[in-house]
Design a protein around this ligand. Structure first.
Ligand SMILES: NC(=O)c1ccc[n+]([C@@H]2O[C@H](COP(=O)([O-])OP(=O)(O)OC[C@H]3O[C@@H](n4cnc5c(N)ncnc54)[C@H](O)[C@@H]3O)[C@@H](O)[C@H]2O)c1
Length: 99
C-alpha cells in the first residue's frame, strides 16, 4: 500500500481496527492521518503524520467544524474511513432503548 502524500481521516482511530488503520496509513506514507475519537492515549501521537482530533462523531456541528478546519489546513481529504462505532450484542428482548 502506498499512500504517499495522501490526507486521510479515520473515525474511531484511538483503538482497535481504527487504530490499526491509522498506524498502517502513517507507515504507508500518508502526509496526514487525522484520527478522530473521543479520547486518546499517548502512544498514538508518536508518528508525526498522525493528528489526533478529539470529537464525538454523533455531534454533527463538531464534525462539520472539524472537517472545515482540516480542509482549510490541508486543501482536501483524500481518504475517509468511517470506522467509529459501538457494538451492543444482545437478544432484542434484553436490550434497552439506550442500547
Ligand atoms: N471487531 C469486530 O469483530 C467487528 C465486527 C463487525 C463490525 N465492527 C465494527 O468495526 C468498527 C471498529 O471495531 P473495533 O472492534 O475496532 O471497535 P473498538 O470498540 O475497539 O473501537 C471503536 C472506536 O470507536 C470510537 N468511537 C465510538 N463511538 C464514537 C463516537 N461517537 N465518536 C468518536 N469515536 C467513537 C471508540 O472510542 C473506539 O476507540 C466498529 O464500528 C464496529 O462496530 C467490528
Amino acid at each position: 500500500m502506498n499512500l504517499t502524500g495522501k490526507v486521510c481521516l479515520v473515525t474511531g482511530g484511538a483503538r482497535g481496527i481504527g487504530r490499526a488503520i491509522v498506524e498502517a496509513y502513517a507507515a504507508a506514507g500518508a502526509a496526514a492521518v487525522y484520527a478522530i475519537d473521543m479520547a486518546f492515549d499517548e502512544a498514538l501521537t508518536t508518528h508525526a503524520a498522525v493528528k489526533p482530533v478529539v470529537l464525538d462523531v454523533t455531534d454533527g456541528t463538531a464534525v462539520q467544524t472539524a472537517i472545515e478546519r482540516i480542509q482549510a489546513d490541508e486543501g482536501r481529504i483524500d481518504v475517509l474511513v468511517n470506522n467509529a462505532g459501538i457494538t451492543r450484542d444482545a437478544l432484542v428482548q434484553k436490550m434497552t432503548d439506550a442500547d
